[in-house]
Ligand binder design. Structure first.
Ligand SMILES: Cc1cc2nc3c(=O)[nH]c(=O)nc-3n(C[C@H](O)[C@H](O)[C@H](O)COP(=O)(O)OP(=O)(O)OC[C@H]3O[C@@H](n4cnc5c(N)ncnc54)[C@H](O)[C@@H]3O)c2cc1C
Ligand SMILES: *[C@@H]1O[C@H](CO)[C@@H](O)[C@H](O)[C@H]1NC(C)=O
Ligand SMILES: *[C@@H]1O[C@H](CO)[C@@H](O)[C@H](O)[C@H]1NC(C)=O
Length: 551
C-alpha cells in the first residue's frame, strides 16, 4: 500500500545542495517535499569551505549567523608541501599563482579579498556541521523533509511529476508534484535515466581516505597550516592530509588508477600504519581513534543539459568539480539552488511563464563550465590534465574574487549583457552591468547601517535616487503582474559617507536599476526615459517572462 502525497516541487537528495534547494524554495513559500536516502549526514565530511557568495545567499534568509564556524589558529588557512608532519616542511603552496592574483591595493599594500565587497565573509565548517543547521532552517521555513527514503522510480508528463520512494522497511510513499529538482549527487540516477551526457576533462583519479583523531599531532596545526601535501619522499609515498576542525583529521591518497580497487576494505592495522607513515613519528595504537573511511572519485564533468522537461539538475548531479580553492563543488551547487528556486517560485505562483525556467540552464550551465575550465587551467589540477584535449584547455586564468563574485550571466532573464563583456571581473571593475551581481554598497536605513544587498533577494526591486520612479514601478507592476518594489536612495535609504549608488550601479541622478529576486542586475537605465512606464514595463515583462505581458 502506498500513500500519496501532493506538493509543488520534489527535491531528490538531501545533502548540501538538496537541503539548500528545499530551504530557498520554502522561503519563497513553495510547497516542497525532499526525499533523502540517509537519516543523517555522512560521517565523513567532504566540503569545508563556503564562499562569500554562499554566505550572502544564507544571509538573505537571515540564517548566516546560525552557521557554525571553524576557527583556525593563525588566520586564514594555509597549505604546505611536506615529507611528513614530523619530517621536513618544504614550501608553502599558494592557493592561486601570483600572475592571476588581484591587483595590489596601493594604500593597504595587499590585495583586496572578497570581504571588501560584501557585508559577510566566507566561512569554514565541516559538511556534517552545516547540514543539520540547514535541515533545521528548511523545516522552520515549512519544507517537508522525508529522511530515510530512497527514490526507486519517477516519471513526468505534461501535467506534472510522480516519484515513488521506499523506506528501510520497504514501505513505499508516492509523491506527486509539478517539478523535480535532482540533487542526487555525481552519479545521479535521475540524470542517467534522462540520458543526459556529460562533458569535461572526465574521470581523473580515485582517492581513499581515513577520518581519524590523534591528539598527539594536533600541535602541528599551530603554525596556521591546515592542509599538507605529502610528497618528495624516498619511499615514493604521496598523500594529502587535512583537518575538519574539532580534532578531526583526514588522510587521503590515491591507491591505484582504478576506482574499483578502492572498494576493498582496509583493516584497522593498515589504516594506522598509513597514518604513522604520513605523520612520521611513533604513535601508540591507542593514540589513534579511527572514525571512518571514504572514497571519492575526482573528475571534471558538466552535464550537457541542466534540465529536461520538468526535471532540473543541481549540484554534483549537474557538475562534478574537484575540490579547489574556490570551493566550486558545493558552492556552485548552492548557487544553482538559489537560482532555480526563485524561478520555480515565480512560475508556480503564476506570475512568470514556464519559459523563464530555460534561463536556469543558460545561466548555470555556463557558470559551471567556466568554473570547470578555471579549475583545470590552474596549477593544482592542471598537471593532471596536461596531456588531455578538452574544450576549455587554453582558458586564461581569472582572478579568484572575480570568479567568486563577478561572473556574468547571459540569458533571456537579463537585458544587455552583451557578448563583448568578459566572463568574470572583480566587483570593483563592474558597476551594475546587467547580468552581474548587484554590488554591496554601505547604506543607512533609519539609524541602522545596512548593505544594499539587504534590499534584494525578497522579490524584484527597482532602485533609484529619483522618487518619480515609485509610481512608474507601481504602474509597471500592474501591467506585467510582476510585483516590483521601489527603493529610493535619499528616501527610505541613504548613502553613507563614501558610498555612491550612482557610481556603484552605473546610473545617473534620474536613472534606475532593476534587480532580480536572486540579487542580480536584470536591466538598468542610465537616465529616466521619456516613456518610463513603457520602458520599465517592457524590460520587466521580458526578464520576468511575465504571464500578463505575453497576452
Ligand atoms: C574530499 C572532498 C572535499 C571537498 N571539499 C569541498 C569544499 O571545501 N568546498 C566545496 O564547495 N566543495 C567541496 N567538495 C565538493 C562537495 O562535497 C560536493 O560538491 C557536494 O557535497 C555536492 O553536494 P550535492 O548535494 O550536490 O551531492 P551529494 O553530497 O553527493 O548528495 C547527494 C545526496 O543524494 C542522495 N541520494 C542519491 N540518490 C538517491 C535516491 N535515489 N533517493 C534518495 N536519495 C538519494 C544521497 O544519499 C546524498 O545524500 C569536496 C568534495 C570532496 C570529495
Ligand atoms: C543565480 O543565483 C545565485 C545565487 O544568488 C548566484 O550565485 C548565481 O550566480 C545566479 N546566477 C544567475 C545567472 O542568476
Ligand atoms: C511569486 O514569486 C516571486 C519569486 O520569483 C516573487 O517575487 C513574487 O512576489 C511572488 N508573487 C506572488 C504574487 O506571490
Amino acid at each position: 500500500m502506498s500513500n500519496i502525497n501532493k506538493t509543488s516541487v520534489i527535491v531528490v537528495g538531501g545533502s548540501l545542495v538538496g537541503l539548500s534547494t528545499a530551504l530557498f524554495l520554502s522561503s519563497w513559500k513553495v510547497p516542497v517535499i525532499l526525499l533523502e536516502r540517509h537519516h543523517s549526514s555522512s560521517l565523513h565530511p567532504r566540503a569545508i569551505g563556503y564562499t562569500t557568495r554562499t554566505i550572502e545567499c544564507f544571509r538573505s534568509l537571515g540564517i548566516d549567523s546560525r552557521l557554525p564556524v571553524t576557527q583556525w589558529k593563525g588566520g586564514p588557512p594555509r597549505r604546505i608541501t611536506i615529507e611528513s608532519l614530523a619530517g621536513k616542511w618544504q614550501d608553502e603552496k599558494l592557493w592561486t599563482p601570483k600572475a592571476a592574483g588581484p591587483p595590489e591595493d596601493k594604500k593597504a599594500g595587499r590585495p583586496k579579498g572578497p570581504e571588501e565587497f560584501s557585508p559577510v565573509a566566507g566561512i569554514a565548517t565541516a559538511q556534517d556541521k552545516i547540514e543539520p543547521v540547514l535541515r533545521e532552517c528548511a523545516i522552520e521555513q515549512g519544507a517537508d523533509l522525508r529522511l530515510g527514503y530512497t527514490v526507486a522510480s519517477w516519471s513526468q508528463n505534461e501535467q506534472g511529476v510522480t516519484v515513488a520512494a521506499m523506506d528501510r522497511d520497504g514501505v513505499e510513499i508516492v509523491v506527486e508534484g509539478k517539478y523535480i529538482v535532482a540533487c542526487d549527487g555525481a552519479r545521479s540516477p535521475i540524470r542517467e535515466k534522462l540520458g543526459i551526457q556529460r562533458d569535461g576533462v572526465g574521470h581523473l583519479k580515485a582517492l581513499r581516505s581515513i577520518l581519524f583523531r590523534c591528539p598527539q599531532i594536533d600541535h602541528y596545526l599551530n603554525k596556521g597550516f591546515v592542509q599538507f601535501q605529502i610528497e618528495g619522499r624516498e619511499d615514493g609515498f604521496e598523500a594529502f592530509m587535512t583537518t575538519y576542525g574539532e580534532g578531526r583529521w583526514a588522510l587521503m591518497w590515491n591507491p591505484v588508477d582504478k576506482l574499483e580497487a578502492t572498494k576493498d576494505a582496509i583493516d584497522e592495522a593498515t589504516q594506522k600504519d598509513m597514518i604513522r607513515k604520513a605523520v612520521g613519528e611513533e604513535i601508540p595504537d591507542n593514540g589513534i581513534d579511527l572514525i571512518t573511511t571514504g572514497e571519492w572519485e575526482l573528475s571534471g564533468l558538466v552535464a550537457d543539459k541542466f534540465s529536461s522537461g520538468r526535471v532540473f539538475l543541481a549540484g554534483d548531479a549537474a557538475h562534478a568539480l574537484p575540490p579547489n580553492r574556490g570551493g566550486y563543488g558545493a558552492n556552485t551547487g548552492i548557487a544553482d539552488a538559489h537560482n532555480i528556486s526563485w524561478k520555480l517560485a515565480a512560475v508556480l505562483n503564476g506570475t512568470s511563464r514556464p519559459e523563464l525556467l530555460a534561463t536556469y540552464d543558460a545561466e548555470r550551465r555556463s557558470a559551471a563550465m567556466v568554473r570547470h575550465d578555471q579549475i583545470f587551467t590552474r596549477e593544482d589540477y592542471g598537471r593532471h590534465v596536461a596531456g588531455l584535449e578538452w574544450a576549455g584547455k587554453n582558458a586564461k586564468i581569472l582572478d579568484d574574487v572575480a570568479m567568486e563574485l563577478g561572473q556574468i550571466y547571459r540569458s533571456g532573464a537579463v537585458i544587455g549583457a552583451d557578448e563583448s563583456l568578459p566572463l568574470a571581473k572583480r566587483p570593483d571593475e563592474w558597476n551594475g552591468q546587467p547580468g552581474t551581481r548587484a554590488p554591496h554598497v554601505p547604506l543607512r536605513r533609519g539609524g541602522e547601517a545596512i548593505s544594499s544587498l539587504d534590499l534584494f533577494c525578497h522579490g524584484w526591486v527597482l532602485v533609484s535616487k529619483d522618487g518619480t520612479w515609485r509610481v512608474t514601478a507601481q504602474q509597471a507592476s500592474g501591467t506585467t503582474g510582476t510585483e516590483v518594489a521601489f527603493v529610493q536612495v535619499g528616501g527610505e535609504v541613504e548613502e553613507t559617507e563614501g558610498s555612491n549608488i550612482g557610481e556603484s550601479f552605473g546610473i545617473g541622478e534620474t536613472g534606475a536599476v532593476l534587480v532580480r529576486p536572486d540579487g542580480y542586475v536584470a536591466w538598468r537605465s542610465l537616465t529616466k526615459p521619456v516613456d518610463a512606464v513603457a520602458s520599465l514595463g517592457s524590460a520587466l515583462g521580458q526578464v520576468s517572462y511575465a504571464v500578463k505581458n505575453s497576452t
